[in-house]
Design a protein around this ligand. Sequence first.
Ligand SMILES: C[S@@+](CC[C@H](N)C(=O)[O-])C[C@H]1O[C@@H](n2cnc3c(N)ncnc32)[C@H](O)[C@@H]1O
Length: 219
Amino acid sequence: MQPSFWHDKWQQQQIGFHQQSINPYLIKFLPQLSLSANAQIFVPLCGKSLDMHYLTEQGYQVLGCELDASAIAQYLQEQQQQYTHSSDTDFNYFDAPQLHLVQGDFFKLQPQQLSRINGFYDRAALIAWPDEMRSQYAQKLAQLIPAGISGLLVTLDYPQAELSGPPFAVSDAWLQQHMATDFEIELLQSLDVLAENPRFVKKQVSWLNESVYLLRRKA
Ligand SMILES: C[S@@+](CC[C@H](N)C(=O)[O-])C[C@H]1O[C@@H](n2cnc3c(N)ncnc32)[C@H](O)[C@@H]1O
């Protein structure tokens, strides 16, 4: 996916991935991260996800990274968030008391920018990448996440030949092959969600599973 793909999506407001309510898996499994009060949670490819609002409501700090400037602007406006703005060569920074949004390319992030995170949350980020870029994303994530830090990962899997992404299918086998070297991987839940996804039903996709994993960056 080239940056222009996502900029076009945001410009045309074709943001079917955006959820109007808090992700139920986040509510259910966030305690698995055993976070202390005021912990900082990294949200890669954050869009304008309301899950960030949920995390700040729980008393956590959010560090989000998003490519598209209008996505960030929409989030700040819709949440009526007061913020300060700064920038450097690679990024724009939007800071509020519990919110730190970094607008720019995830691949340009440096490990020191994430040195104080206590957890991470990947919903619709890993599955946003086609196969060849997904492994690069997984490698970069491993480079950025400090040792010992845990996160939640939400994936979708379906017969890729039956529908073109995004979202792209990510199997358990793919995760094991590409992420198990760097992360301990624990499957927390896997559900058949075909009936709740009309786009997949309409395209006669034969099955669709949504899974939630607990990842822990190995030392
Ligand atoms: C499928 S959406 C998911 C958004 C969010 N995680 C959610 O659950 O609503 C993927 C997001 O990643 C952003 N994105 C794509 N490439 C990126 C990159 N290289 N760096 C940062 N963000 C990127 C897109 O603009 C888009 O908002």
